[in-house]
Design a protein around this ligand. Structure first.
Ligand SMILES: [Zn+2]
Length: 518
């Protein structure tokens, strides 16, 4: 009777833990996709007179540094100007990255934290500042520019499109699609006499997702994008024009597919090239994506975006030392405004950890006590129980690897595969659990409690370190993503454990002979 009650309590606990964890995971997820920046400040921070009258910003989608090295048109351009590597901010997704290029702010500050769900950034951008100064803006590219910066673009000309490619196009079709868009944009951009022109070339990203960032298919589409870049330069290259070419992120190459969002070097390192009016010849430097907006501001004579977290890349500008010193003075004025207007991030993080410490410590103590308690309770069956836990861990992580899972956002390959990604994680957890308890004939409920407690310890650590619910700070998403996967693992183990224990109990009852009356 005592045993039955204990089993019932264990089953209830496991279900509560699994469902509670899933709710926490959902809250954590929503806190990222519904994140709103609370950091916007506004200030008038002039840079000086314009250095160029027309600036063309070309955003290549998902072009890696090594792929860029094989683009003849891009390299010809680079040899006439200034080239280096620019590091993308995290998460290394297209829309957060595009918002960073336009605002000089990180996703935490501009508020675009993912590709699908976001509000227009409340901070200043090169678009809002251009509008303020009456500078014409022309955008040809992803619908994102319209959706995120539409209010600032109403005076400009916007040609926004969503991709219209149908399911899994091959490299040939992708290259053709890019070529067609290129042909359509040339006459439109050709008669833009001055101001800021933004062009997005996106076919490369599609190819990389489907075939990987080192695949021949990807390189074929990279070549098509390079051809387009060449004709763009030919159509717009004038003495009074400056070109800035950058990629929003790179791509991994894993199991014949690509992906981005994480912090892999091949993903966060991107090419960055300046060429034309007011550009010096200097190569081999490293910059960050948030340096682009203030540098574009300096080139066009716009104010520096108040929330800009980067710096003006003075090394690429063809200026006298005195002009550079003046620019630096403006830049430091902006840094002061930012420091005064924004809270101390390190302090916020330290405060957050301090306030989460008691609860995370309590959770860790609870999970540790459960692990020790279950092993203690097992008595002579402790070897079976311990063995089952070890087998579960070994099988789960082997399947995790075999199913192509990982703890980086890049491992998801495509956002459309998100649910499939999570489903594989749950399947790996359930299979590992069933196999382990069957092989070692271990107590299912006790095994499930120990296994979920081990993963619970890891979640407690992430909870303490970065707080799963992102409110004011957008902390390391790969760590939060790991905790998310752990919570889904626990849900799968809890449900499988309780179901398996219930089935076993029913079988046992039906096998037991009914007592006969004497
Ligand atoms: Zn992409």
């Amino acid at each position: 009777m005592i045993n039955r009650r204990a089993n019932l309590a264990a089953a209830c606990y496991l279900l509560l833990l699994g469902v509670g964890g899933a709710v926490l995971a959902q809250l954590a997820w929503n806190s990222v996709t519904r994140y709103q920046s609370g950091y916007a400040i506004h200030a008038d921070l002039p840079t000086g007179p314009p250095l160029t009258s027309r600036l063309v910003l070309v955003v290549l989608d998902g072009v890696r540094v090594d792929a860029a090295a094989g683009m003849p048109q891009l390299q010809a351009l680079a040899s006439r100007g200034s080239s280096g590597v620019a590091i993308a901010e995290l998460p290394s997704l297209s829309n957060p990255g595009r918002a960073t290029l336009a605002t000089g702010a990180t996703p935490e500050v501009h508020g675009v934290t993912n590709n699908g769900r976001y509000s227009p950034p409340p901070v200043d951008s090169i678009f809002s500042l251009a509008k303020q100064q009456g500078l014409p803006v022309t955008v040809y590219g992803s619908y994102f520019w319209q959706r995120a910066f539409g209010d600032s673009l109403d005076s400009g000309r916007v040609h926004a499109f969503e991709k219209e490619l149908g399911p899994s196009p091959d490299a040939e079709r992708l290259a053709g699609w890019q070529q067609q868009i290129c042909l359509e944009m040339m006459p439109v951009l050709g008669d833009v006499e001055s101001g800021l022109i933004v062009v997005g070339l996106t076919a490369t990203d599609e190819a990389a997702h489907d075939f990987g960032g080192e695949s021949p298919q990807y390189l074929q589409v990279v070549a098509a994008v390079d051809t387009c870049l060449g004709s763009l330069v030919q159509a717009l290259g004038r003495d009074d024009t400056t070109f800035v070419v950058v990629a929003d992120h790179g791509h991994i190459q894993r199991r014949g597919q690509g992906g981005h969002g994480g912090k892999e070097p091949e993903v966060v390192r991107t090419p960055l090239i300046f060429v034309g009016r007011a550009i010096a010849r200097r190569h081999g430097w490293t910059a960050r994506h948030f340096d682009l907006a203030p540098t574009i501001s300096a080139l066009l004579g716009l104010p520096i975006p108040a929330n800009n977290q980067g710096g003006i890349l003075a090394q690429v500008l063809d200026l006298t030392d005195q002009d550079k010193a003046t620019l630096e003075a403006h830049a430091s004025e902006q840094r002061m405004a930012l420091a005064n207007g924004m809270p101390d991030r390190d302090q916020l993080q330290a405060d957050g950890r301090r306030s989460r410490a008691p609860l995370s410590l309590l959770a860790a103590a609870w999970f540790a006590a459960l692990i020790i308690g279950c092993l203690w309770q097992a008595g002579r069956a402790v070897k079976k129980l311990g063995g089952a836990v070890l087998v579960h861990l070994a099988v789960y992580f082997t399947l995790y690897w075999a199913f192509g899972l990982g703890y980086s956002l890049s491992d998801i390959v495509r956002e459309e595969y998100l649910n499939w990604f999570f489903l594989r994680n749950s399947a790996a957890a359930a299979i590992a659990f069933l196999l382990a308890t069957r092989l070692l004939k271990a107590d299912r409920l006790a095994t499930a409690i120990i296994v979920t407690s081990i993963f619970g310890l890891r979640v407690a650590w992430v909870w303490y370190d970065s707080g799963l619910i992102m409110e004011r700070l957008m902390l390391d998403l790969s760590q939060a993503f790991m905790a998310y996967m752990d919570l889904l693992h626990n849900l799968a183990v809890a449900v499988t454990g309780v179901a398996a224990a219930a089935i076993a109990r029913r079988r046992e009852l039906s096998r037991r002979p009914t007592p006969t009356q004497p």
